[in-house]
Structures are given as C-alpha cells and as structure tokens.
Design a binder for this molecule. Structure first.
Ligand SMILES: [Zn+2]
Ligand SMILES: [Zn+2]
Length: 408
C-alpha cells in the first residue's frame, strides 16, 4: 500500500472512532437517486443506484452501469463511499460495481514486467470498502477483477446474505481470492427469515430481508440509533450556576444522562428519542418478509416499474386494464404504484418515494410538461393506496430525511 493510501486509511479510521465515541445524531441524512431506470436506461434515467449520506459517510445501494458518471454529476463524493449494498445480481443493479471499485480503490491495469507495483502489498484485514449482497456478489466481483487483470491499491470485502437453500459456507467460485479481497467476508445466515444487524455501530444499524422478485433479492432497513432529545438550557443553567458546577456538564445532560450536583440535587437530561429508519427495497412484487423490520419507517423507497395510465400515457393499449397491467408486472417480478402504496401503508411508512421506472416513463418531469403529467399520475395512483402524497424519484434528485417528531 502506498504511503498516501496508508495515511488515508488511518485518517478514515481515526475519524470513525472519534465519531463513534461522541455518538451525536447525524448532522443530516440525505438520499440522492443516481439512477431510477428499470432494465433499459434512457437519456433521462440511468440504471439503478442511490447514495445514502449519513453525515459525511456515503453508502451506496445498488450500482448499475455508469454509476460513476452519475456520481460525478452529483454532489456525492465518490471517495467517501464506505459501504455498498447490492439488492440483487441483475446486471442493471450491479454492472457498475467493478468500474466503481477500480475508481475508489486506486485501480489500474497492471505494471510492466520487471517493475514493482506499489499495489502489491495491501492490508486486506482493513478493507476500505465493504460490499453486502446476495450469493454470487463475491464471485461476480472476483471474476470481473480477475479477467480484466485489474489491480487495486486498497482492499475490499464482500459479505453475502445467504438464503436457507444457498450453500451456507464457501465462496461460490473456485477462483482464488483477488489480492485486494479481504479473507474476512462473512456468509451471513438468516435468523427467523431475516438477516438482523448485518452491520452495526453505535450510531446506526442495517438489517435485511429477502423480498420476492424473479431472482433472489434483498431489501435493506437502515436504523439510526436513538438521538439526544432537545435540551432547554433555561431548565439547567440556574441550577449549575447555583452549585458552581462546571458548564461542561451540559454536554452529559444533552446526551440524556442524569447528573448529581454538589448539594445532592439530581438533574435529568432530556430523554433520548428515536432516530431515523429507512427502508430501501430492491426489485420486488412482494416484499412481505421485510415487514417486521420496516414498521414505521420514516422513508420507504419502493419500485413501481409499470403503471396503467389510460388517457395519460399515449402508449396505453385499448385492451389494457389495471388488472392486466398488474398481472403482467407481477409476473415479471415487479410492482405497480398501487402495490407500492399498499405496502407503504402496511408498514406505516411516513414517506414513500417510488423508484425504478420503465423506460417509457421519462425522468425529465422537472422540465417537461408531458413527463410531469405522467409522473404526477403515477404518484397519484400510489397515493390513493398510501393515503398521503407520494413522490417519484428522478435521477440526481436528493431528499433530506428529517428526524421523526418526538412523541408529544
Ligand atoms: Zn431492476
Ligand atoms: Zn431485477
């Protein structure tokens, strides 16, 4: 590993441990849609990928072709990506992963004979990027790196979420590990039909569940730990002054701790309150298995590949009905806006955003009246079932997710 790379890795680690020690709420939590197309990309929609920004950390969900280009067009910093969660191994969700890894991990096409490449020594026990995905994700990455003869300067690891009928151990490929691949990739087994806490630190955890699609597919739930309650300084400062208590104590109170003053008075900080919960689904016609994890999510991102829009979508055939469109959509492993709305209501989601649209629904609804009419109608179909307004994702759209209001 080059000196620069080592310094960067150390920097990342010390920043991480400092953050974990202080455990504040994330300054902000934001989703940026990098690609919102299903199957075929178009001039207005790229293949699937979205970035979740947790403060300054960036996690990616899916990585379709040309995700790197989309990142460059967005405000998301590619070098900040620490984790990549793959929902399923369909190409439109994973074809962008290898070029992105080469980009983040200081990749190159090799060194001429007789010259030593600084990438030859890599600390594989400290992966810079962690990838999570279903069976086949590890083999896909390893195979792609091997046959493109790609060298990487920084290490990665792949953790696989194994279904009960998958092999529970092994790598699903006979190729030896790439020299940048950590040997510490886990094969994560289900517990009661889900994969609980596949990642956890003091501020946030991720769980996952299988969702039904035409191939094995995963939905993810990201849960922020509880966060400090709102503190009213007027309630505490006179007491601290009266007892000559150092003002630093306010920091402990802010974290929800109780503090005993010199005269025996005990001050209680405001109770901590729930953090944010996000449910990010891959392609699906039935995500029921994730319900126990996703209840009361602050945000649900659900696909809505096809819709029946008579009188609005000029490509509607006269013989199409809502039922026939839904049946065809389900048979291909996908959902309609109404199905997304029903699921959002079922889990009590606070906000629903639709994603993953057929190429016939252009994603330039911010500047094109015709597209706006169609996307507004798609949102309205979901809203009928969901019970409140539903947004449709557009490439490079960003959404801030506010903390849930504290209970009255
Ligand atoms: Zn898809
Ligand atoms: Zn798919």
């Amino acid at each position: 590993m080059s000196a620069n790379a080592i310094v960067n890795t150390l920097k990342r680690k010390s920043i991480q441990s400092l953050k974990e020690a202080t455990r504040p709420a994330f300054s902000d939590v934001q989703i940026t849609f990098l690609g919102t197309a299903s199957a075929q990309p178009s001039s207005t929609r790229n293949h699937s990928a979205l970035a979740l920004r947790l403060g300054s950390d960036v996690w990616l969900f899916d990585c379709g072709e040309a995700t790197q280009h989309q990142l460059q067009r967005s405000a998301v910093k590619m070098g900040k990506i620490e984790k990549i969660f793959i929902t399923h191994t369909h190409g439109d969700h994973i074809f962008g992963l290898l070029p992105l890894l080469a980009g983040i991990l200081n990749g190159a096409g090799g060194a001429a004979d007789g010259t030593e490449d600084p990438r030859a020594r890599i600390d594989v026990d400290n992966p810079v990027v962690e990838i999570y995905g279903p069976l086949g994700t590890r083999a896909y990455v390893r195979t792609g790196l091997k046959y493109t003869q790609s060298l990487l300067g920084l290490p990665y690891v792949v953790h696989e979420l194994r279904l009960p009928w998958d092999p529970q151990s092994g790598d699903h490929t006979n190729l030896p590990r790439h020299r940048a691949e950590s040997p510490n990739g886990r094969n994560i087994q289900q517990v009661d039909g889900v994969w609980p806490n596949i990642y956890q630190d003091p501020r946030v955890s991720v769980s996952a569940a299988p969702i039904l699609h035409s191939v094995p597919c995963v939905g993810y739930v990201v849960t922020e730990s509880d966060v400090p309650g709102k503190i009213d300084p007027k309630k505490y400062i006179p007491e601290l002054q009266r007892t000559n208590t150092p003002m630093e104590v306010m920091r402990r109170l802010q974290q929800g701790e109780s503090v005993e003053l010199s005269d025996g008075t005990v001050l209680h900080g405001p109770p901590r309150r729930a953090g944010r919960k996000l449910c990010i689904l891959g392609d699906t016609y039935d995500p029921s298995a994730i319900v126990p994890l996703a209840l009361n999510a602050d945000l649900l991102i659900h696909e809505a590949t096809n819709a029946h829009l008579p009188g609005i979508d000029p490509d509607t055939k006269p013989e199409d009905t809502h039922e026939s469109i839904e049946a065809r959509t389900r048979s291909r492993g996908h959902s309609t806006p109404q199905m997304a709305g029903v699921f959002g209501k079922r889990i009590g989601a606070r906000q629903l955003i639709l994603n993953h649209f057929s190429a016939r629904y252009a994603g330039n609804d911010d500047v094109n009246e015709e597209s706006k009419k169609i996307m507004t109608a798609i949102g309205a179909l979901a809203a009928q079932e969901f019970g409140s307004e539903v947004a449709c994702a557009r490439d490079l759209m960003s959404v801030n997710i506010a903390l849930p209001s504290p209970p009255p």
